[in-house]
Design a protein around this ligand. Structure first.
Ligand code: KG4
Ligand code: ZN
Length: 337
Protein backbone atom coordinates (compact mmCIF):
# COMPACT_ATOMS: atom_id res chain seq x y z
CA UNK A 1 0.00 0.00 0.00
CA UNK A 2 2.56 2.57 -1.12
CA UNK A 3 1.68 6.20 -0.55
CA UNK A 4 3.62 8.36 -2.99
CA UNK A 5 3.96 12.08 -3.51
CA UNK A 6 4.50 13.04 -7.16
CA UNK A 7 6.19 16.26 -8.29
CA UNK A 8 6.10 17.60 -11.85
CA UNK A 9 7.83 20.78 -13.07
CA UNK A 10 9.14 19.83 -16.53
CA UNK A 11 7.50 22.67 -18.42
CA UNK A 12 4.93 25.31 -17.45
CA UNK A 13 2.77 23.36 -15.02
CA UNK A 14 3.73 23.30 -11.36
CA UNK A 15 2.11 20.15 -10.04
CA UNK A 16 2.01 17.88 -6.99
CA UNK A 17 -0.19 14.89 -6.22
CA UNK A 18 -0.60 12.11 -3.70
CA UNK A 19 -1.41 8.66 -5.09
CA UNK A 20 -1.96 5.38 -3.27
CA UNK A 21 -0.77 2.17 -4.92
CA UNK A 22 -0.13 3.92 -8.22
CA UNK A 23 -3.87 3.97 -8.85
CA UNK A 24 -5.89 5.86 -6.29
CA UNK A 25 -5.51 9.64 -6.62
CA UNK A 26 -5.92 11.30 -3.21
CA UNK A 27 -5.04 14.76 -4.51
CA UNK A 28 -3.93 16.24 -7.82
CA UNK A 29 -2.95 19.91 -7.81
CA UNK A 30 -1.93 21.55 -11.09
CA UNK A 31 -1.03 25.20 -11.47
CA UNK A 32 -0.76 26.24 -15.13
CA UNK A 33 1.58 29.21 -15.23
CA UNK A 34 -0.03 32.33 -16.62
CA UNK A 35 3.11 34.42 -17.15
CA UNK A 36 3.78 32.96 -20.62
CA UNK A 37 0.46 33.99 -22.11
CA UNK A 38 1.54 37.42 -23.35
CA UNK A 39 4.58 35.89 -25.07
CA UNK A 40 2.57 33.30 -26.99
CA UNK A 41 4.81 30.48 -25.77
CA UNK A 42 6.76 29.24 -22.76
CA UNK A 43 9.69 31.43 -21.66
CA UNK A 44 12.05 28.98 -19.89
CA UNK A 45 13.56 31.42 -17.40
CA UNK A 46 10.12 32.65 -16.35
CA UNK A 47 8.95 29.04 -15.97
CA UNK A 48 11.81 28.28 -13.56
CA UNK A 49 11.09 31.36 -11.48
CA UNK A 50 7.40 30.59 -11.25
CA UNK A 51 8.14 27.01 -10.18
CA UNK A 52 10.40 28.33 -7.41
CA UNK A 53 7.68 30.72 -6.25
CA UNK A 54 4.83 28.20 -6.18
CA UNK A 55 6.22 24.69 -5.66
CA UNK A 56 6.15 24.70 -1.84
CA UNK A 57 2.55 25.99 -1.51
CA UNK A 58 1.48 23.48 -4.19
CA UNK A 59 3.15 20.64 -2.28
CA UNK A 60 1.48 21.70 0.95
CA UNK A 61 -1.88 21.84 -0.76
CA UNK A 62 -1.46 18.38 -2.32
CA UNK A 63 -0.68 16.93 1.12
CA UNK A 64 -3.53 18.83 2.81
CA UNK A 65 -6.14 17.80 0.24
CA UNK A 66 -5.03 14.20 0.50
CA UNK A 67 -5.19 14.51 4.32
CA UNK A 68 -1.70 13.11 4.46
CA UNK A 69 1.14 14.09 6.77
CA UNK A 70 4.63 14.16 5.23
CA UNK A 71 5.68 11.35 7.57
CA UNK A 72 3.00 9.07 6.07
CA UNK A 73 4.71 9.11 2.67
CA UNK A 74 6.58 6.03 1.51
CA UNK A 75 8.46 7.79 -1.29
CA UNK A 76 8.69 10.95 -3.39
CA UNK A 77 8.53 10.64 -7.20
CA UNK A 78 9.78 13.40 -9.48
CA UNK A 79 10.09 14.04 -13.20
CA UNK A 80 13.79 14.10 -14.08
CA UNK A 81 13.39 14.71 -17.83
CA UNK A 82 12.89 15.44 -20.61
CA UNK A 83 11.85 19.07 -20.32
CA UNK A 84 13.19 22.55 -19.63
CA UNK A 85 16.35 22.03 -17.62
CA UNK A 86 15.89 24.96 -15.25
CA UNK A 87 12.30 23.96 -14.62
CA UNK A 88 13.18 20.30 -14.01
CA UNK A 89 15.90 21.24 -11.53
CA UNK A 90 13.41 23.09 -9.32
CA UNK A 91 11.16 20.05 -8.90
CA UNK A 92 14.11 17.70 -8.51
CA UNK A 93 15.76 19.86 -5.82
CA UNK A 94 12.59 20.17 -3.78
CA UNK A 95 11.70 16.48 -4.14
CA UNK A 96 15.20 15.40 -3.24
CA UNK A 97 15.30 17.63 -0.15
CA UNK A 98 11.92 16.33 0.99
CA UNK A 99 12.83 12.68 0.42
CA UNK A 100 16.09 13.19 2.28
CA UNK A 101 14.39 14.92 5.22
CA UNK A 102 11.76 12.16 5.45
CA UNK A 103 14.34 9.38 4.94
CA UNK A 104 12.29 7.87 2.11
CA UNK A 105 13.42 6.93 -1.41
CA UNK A 106 13.44 9.43 -4.24
CA UNK A 107 11.95 7.88 -7.39
CA UNK A 108 13.17 9.20 -10.78
CA UNK A 109 10.44 9.39 -13.41
CA UNK A 110 10.68 9.89 -17.17
CA UNK A 111 8.05 12.37 -18.36
CA UNK A 112 6.87 10.24 -21.30
CA UNK A 113 6.55 7.18 -19.11
CA UNK A 114 4.52 9.31 -16.72
CA UNK A 115 2.11 10.11 -19.56
CA UNK A 116 1.72 6.36 -20.13
CA UNK A 117 0.90 5.91 -16.45
CA UNK A 118 -1.86 8.49 -16.82
CA UNK A 119 -3.62 5.54 -18.44
CA UNK A 120 -3.24 3.45 -15.30
CA UNK A 121 -5.06 6.16 -13.36
CA UNK A 122 -7.95 5.96 -15.79
CA UNK A 123 -7.95 2.19 -16.16
CA UNK A 124 -6.49 0.84 -12.90
CA UNK A 125 -7.38 -2.79 -13.51
CA UNK A 126 -6.28 -3.07 -17.15
CA UNK A 127 -3.11 -4.86 -18.19
CA UNK A 128 -0.32 -2.48 -19.14
CA UNK A 129 -0.12 -3.72 -22.71
CA UNK A 130 -1.16 -1.76 -25.79
CA UNK A 131 -0.11 0.29 -28.73
CA UNK A 132 0.13 3.73 -27.15
CA UNK A 133 0.08 7.09 -28.87
CA UNK A 134 1.60 9.88 -26.80
CA UNK A 135 0.62 13.24 -28.24
CA UNK A 136 1.76 16.31 -26.36
CA UNK A 137 3.38 19.69 -26.80
CA UNK A 138 6.83 18.14 -27.00
CA UNK A 139 6.18 14.62 -28.27
CA UNK A 140 4.28 12.59 -30.82
CA UNK A 141 5.25 8.98 -30.39
CA UNK A 142 3.71 5.61 -31.19
CA UNK A 143 4.98 3.08 -28.69
CA UNK A 144 4.43 -0.64 -28.32
CA UNK A 145 3.92 -1.01 -24.58
CA UNK A 146 4.45 -4.70 -23.79
CA UNK A 147 4.47 -4.30 -20.03
CA UNK A 148 5.60 -1.76 -17.45
CA UNK A 149 9.09 -0.64 -18.50
CA UNK A 150 9.10 -2.68 -21.73
CA UNK A 151 8.63 -0.25 -24.60
CA UNK A 152 9.40 -0.40 -28.33
CA UNK A 153 9.31 2.69 -30.52
CA UNK A 154 7.05 2.28 -33.57
CA UNK A 155 6.96 5.82 -34.95
CA UNK A 156 7.56 9.44 -34.01
CA UNK A 157 7.32 12.91 -35.46
CA UNK A 158 10.16 14.00 -37.68
CA UNK A 159 9.60 17.68 -37.00
CA UNK A 160 6.92 19.38 -34.90
CA UNK A 161 5.00 17.61 -32.17
CA UNK A 162 1.24 17.63 -32.70
CA UNK A 163 0.68 19.98 -29.75
CA UNK A 164 3.44 22.25 -30.99
CA UNK A 165 1.58 22.54 -34.32
CA UNK A 166 -1.59 23.51 -32.43
CA UNK A 167 0.31 26.12 -30.45
CA UNK A 168 2.06 27.58 -33.50
CA UNK A 169 -1.10 27.76 -35.61
CA UNK A 170 -2.91 29.45 -32.70
CA UNK A 171 -0.14 32.02 -32.54
CA UNK A 172 -0.43 32.68 -36.31
CA UNK A 173 -4.15 33.29 -35.81
CA UNK A 174 -3.43 35.63 -32.85
CA UNK A 175 -5.05 33.20 -30.40
CA UNK A 176 -3.72 32.81 -26.84
CA UNK A 177 -1.23 30.20 -25.64
CA UNK A 178 -1.69 27.27 -25.24
CA UNK A 179 -3.37 26.94 -28.60
CA UNK A 180 -4.77 23.43 -28.31
CA UNK A 181 -7.78 24.09 -26.06
CA UNK A 182 -8.73 27.29 -27.94
CA UNK A 183 -8.51 25.62 -31.35
CA UNK A 184 -10.50 22.66 -30.01
CA UNK A 185 -13.30 25.02 -28.95
CA UNK A 186 -13.37 27.21 -32.08
CA UNK A 187 -12.99 24.30 -34.51
CA UNK A 188 -16.09 22.66 -33.05
CA UNK A 189 -18.27 25.05 -35.07
CA UNK A 190 -16.13 24.93 -38.22
CA UNK A 191 -16.26 22.78 -41.33
CA UNK A 192 -13.26 20.41 -41.42
CA UNK A 193 -13.73 19.84 -45.16
CA UNK A 194 -13.55 23.56 -46.02
CA UNK A 195 -9.78 23.52 -46.68
CA UNK A 196 -7.77 20.56 -47.93
CA UNK A 197 -4.49 21.07 -46.08
CA UNK A 198 -1.66 18.71 -47.06
CA UNK A 199 -0.96 15.47 -45.21
CA UNK A 200 2.74 14.60 -45.12
CA UNK A 201 3.77 12.06 -47.71
CA UNK A 202 6.33 9.84 -46.01
CA UNK A 203 7.53 6.39 -47.08
CA UNK A 204 4.63 3.93 -47.21
CA UNK A 205 6.08 1.61 -44.57
CA UNK A 206 6.86 4.22 -41.91
CA UNK A 207 4.76 4.97 -38.84
CA UNK A 208 6.44 8.36 -38.41
CA UNK A 209 4.63 11.69 -38.57
CA UNK A 210 5.36 15.15 -39.95
CA UNK A 211 3.34 18.24 -39.09
CA UNK A 212 5.54 21.03 -40.41
CA UNK A 213 3.87 20.90 -43.86
CA UNK A 214 0.38 21.61 -42.58
CA UNK A 215 1.71 24.37 -40.36
CA UNK A 216 3.42 26.04 -43.34
CA UNK A 217 0.28 25.62 -45.46
CA UNK A 218 -1.68 27.53 -42.81
CA UNK A 219 0.94 30.25 -42.72
CA UNK A 220 0.66 30.75 -46.51
CA UNK A 221 -3.13 30.54 -46.46
CA UNK A 222 -3.24 33.32 -43.85
CA UNK A 223 -0.68 35.40 -45.73
CA UNK A 224 -2.63 35.12 -48.99
CA UNK A 225 -6.01 35.75 -47.40
CA UNK A 226 -5.86 37.43 -43.96
CA UNK A 227 -9.66 37.35 -43.77
CA UNK A 228 -9.34 33.62 -42.97
CA UNK A 229 -8.34 34.67 -39.45
CA UNK A 230 -11.52 36.72 -39.11
CA UNK A 231 -14.27 35.68 -36.77
CA UNK A 232 -16.44 34.26 -39.53
CA UNK A 233 -13.88 32.13 -41.39
CA UNK A 234 -11.55 31.13 -38.56
CA UNK A 235 -13.55 28.12 -37.33
CA UNK A 236 -13.35 26.51 -40.80
CA UNK A 237 -9.62 27.13 -41.02
CA UNK A 238 -9.02 25.64 -37.56
CA UNK A 239 -11.34 22.67 -38.10
CA UNK A 240 -9.54 21.86 -41.36
CA UNK A 241 -6.15 22.19 -39.65
CA UNK A 242 -7.26 20.00 -36.76
CA UNK A 243 -8.45 17.36 -39.20
CA UNK A 244 -5.06 17.40 -40.96
CA UNK A 245 -3.40 16.62 -37.61
CA UNK A 246 -5.90 14.07 -36.30
CA UNK A 247 -6.20 12.03 -39.49
CA UNK A 248 -2.56 10.82 -39.68
CA UNK A 249 -2.57 10.14 -35.92
CA UNK A 250 -5.54 7.80 -36.33
CA UNK A 251 -4.21 6.30 -39.56
CA UNK A 252 -0.76 5.45 -38.16
CA UNK A 253 -2.22 4.13 -34.91
CA UNK A 254 -4.44 1.81 -36.94
CA UNK A 255 -1.45 0.58 -38.93
CA UNK A 256 0.53 0.12 -35.73
CA UNK A 257 -2.21 -2.17 -34.41
CA UNK A 258 -2.08 -4.20 -37.62
CA UNK A 259 1.69 -4.40 -37.58
CA UNK A 260 2.02 -5.46 -33.95
CA UNK A 261 -1.07 -7.69 -33.91
CA UNK A 262 -2.28 -5.84 -30.80
CA UNK A 263 -5.99 -5.20 -30.35
CA UNK A 264 -5.60 -2.64 -27.56
CA UNK A 265 -4.95 1.02 -28.29
CA UNK A 266 -4.19 3.77 -25.77
CA UNK A 267 -3.95 7.53 -26.33
CA UNK A 268 -2.45 9.98 -23.83
CA UNK A 269 -0.66 13.35 -23.54
CA UNK A 270 -2.03 16.88 -23.71
CA UNK A 271 -3.41 16.66 -27.25
CA UNK A 272 -5.36 13.53 -26.26
CA UNK A 273 -7.71 15.99 -24.53
CA UNK A 274 -8.81 17.16 -27.99
CA UNK A 275 -12.48 16.42 -28.56
CA UNK A 276 -12.19 15.81 -32.31
CA UNK A 277 -9.24 13.48 -31.74
CA UNK A 278 -11.18 11.51 -29.12
CA UNK A 279 -14.20 11.17 -31.43
CA UNK A 280 -12.01 10.07 -34.36
CA UNK A 281 -10.29 7.40 -32.27
CA UNK A 282 -13.63 6.17 -30.95
CA UNK A 283 -14.89 5.82 -34.50
CA UNK A 284 -11.77 3.92 -35.58
CA UNK A 285 -12.05 1.61 -32.56
CA UNK A 286 -15.68 0.84 -33.38
CA UNK A 287 -14.76 0.05 -36.97
CA UNK A 288 -11.75 -2.12 -36.19
CA UNK A 289 -13.02 -3.68 -32.97
CA UNK A 290 -9.94 -2.46 -31.09
CA UNK A 291 -10.26 -1.87 -27.36
CA UNK A 292 -9.65 1.85 -26.85
CA UNK A 293 -8.21 3.49 -23.75
CA UNK A 294 -8.35 7.28 -23.86
CA UNK A 295 -6.57 8.84 -20.90
CA UNK A 296 -9.08 10.77 -18.75
CA UNK A 297 -8.89 14.46 -19.66
CA UNK A 298 -7.52 15.50 -16.25
CA UNK A 299 -4.57 13.11 -16.72
CA UNK A 300 -3.88 14.09 -20.37
CA UNK A 301 -2.17 17.44 -19.84
CA UNK A 302 0.80 17.58 -17.48
CA UNK A 303 0.02 16.60 -13.90
CA UNK A 304 1.82 14.98 -10.98
CA UNK A 305 -0.62 12.12 -10.36
CA UNK A 306 0.77 10.35 -13.41
CA UNK A 307 4.28 10.97 -12.06
CA UNK A 308 3.36 9.40 -8.71
CA UNK A 309 1.82 6.43 -10.53
CA UNK A 310 4.95 5.88 -12.64
CA UNK A 311 6.99 6.32 -9.45
CA UNK A 312 5.06 3.52 -7.76
CA UNK A 313 6.24 1.13 -10.46
CA UNK A 314 9.84 2.20 -9.82
CA UNK A 315 9.23 1.80 -6.07
CA UNK A 316 8.00 -1.77 -6.48
CA UNK A 317 11.01 -2.58 -8.62
CA UNK A 318 13.42 -0.96 -6.18
CA UNK A 319 14.57 1.62 -8.73
CA UNK A 320 15.53 4.66 -6.67
CA UNK A 321 17.49 7.79 -7.50
CA UNK A 322 21.14 7.99 -6.43
CA UNK A 323 22.04 10.94 -4.18
CA UNK A 324 23.54 12.77 -7.15
CA UNK A 325 20.54 12.21 -9.45
CA UNK A 326 20.54 14.85 -12.16
CA UNK A 327 17.88 16.11 -14.56
CA UNK A 328 18.14 15.67 -18.34
CA UNK A 329 16.59 18.09 -20.83
CA UNK A 330 16.71 15.44 -23.58
CA UNK A 331 16.53 12.33 -21.41
CA UNK A 332 15.66 9.46 -23.77
CA UNK A 333 13.14 6.75 -22.89
CA UNK A 334 15.05 3.47 -23.09
CA UNK A 335 13.40 1.53 -25.92
CA UNK A 336 13.83 -2.15 -26.63
CA UNK A 337 13.52 -3.68 -30.11
O1 KG4 B 1 1.23 16.90 -22.14
P1 KG4 B 1 1.26 18.37 -22.11
O2 KG4 B 1 0.51 19.09 -21.02
O3 KG4 B 1 2.72 18.92 -22.04
C1 KG4 B 1 3.79 18.32 -22.71
O4 KG4 B 1 4.34 17.32 -22.20
O5 KG4 B 1 4.11 18.83 -23.81
O6 KG4 B 1 0.74 18.87 -23.53
C2 KG4 B 1 0.55 20.22 -23.80
C3 KG4 B 1 0.08 20.36 -25.24
C4 KG4 B 1 0.03 21.80 -25.72
O7 KG4 B 1 0.65 21.87 -26.99
C5 KG4 B 1 -1.46 22.09 -25.81
O8 KG4 B 1 -1.78 23.03 -26.81
C6 KG4 B 1 -2.01 20.73 -26.14
O9 KG4 B 1 -1.26 19.84 -25.37
N1 KG4 B 1 -3.44 20.58 -25.81
C7 KG4 B 1 -4.40 20.38 -26.73
C8 KG4 B 1 -5.63 20.37 -26.02
N2 KG4 B 1 -5.37 20.57 -24.69
C9 KG4 B 1 -4.02 20.69 -24.59
N3 KG4 B 1 -4.33 20.22 -28.06
C10 KG4 B 1 -5.48 20.05 -28.72
N4 KG4 B 1 -6.69 20.04 -28.13
C11 KG4 B 1 -6.82 20.19 -26.78
N5 KG4 B 1 -8.02 20.18 -26.21
ZN1 ZN C 1 3.66 16.25 -20.91
Amino acid sequence: MALILGVETSCDETAAAVVRDGRRVLSNIVLSQDVHRVYGGVVPELASREHIRTIVPILRRALAEAKVEPRDLDAVAVTVGPGLIGALVVGLSVARALAWALRVPLLPVHHLEAHLFGLRLGFPDEAFRFVALIVSGGHTELIHVRSEGDYALLGRTRDDAAGEAFDKVAKMASLPYPGGPVIDRLAARGNPARHAFPRARLEPETLDFSFSGVKTAIRYALRDDPSLAGEEKLPDLLASFQEAVVEPLVENAKRALERTGETRLAVCGGVAANSRLRAAFEKMARETGAALFLAPIEFCTDNAAMVASAGEEAFRRGITAPPDQSAGADLPLPFKD
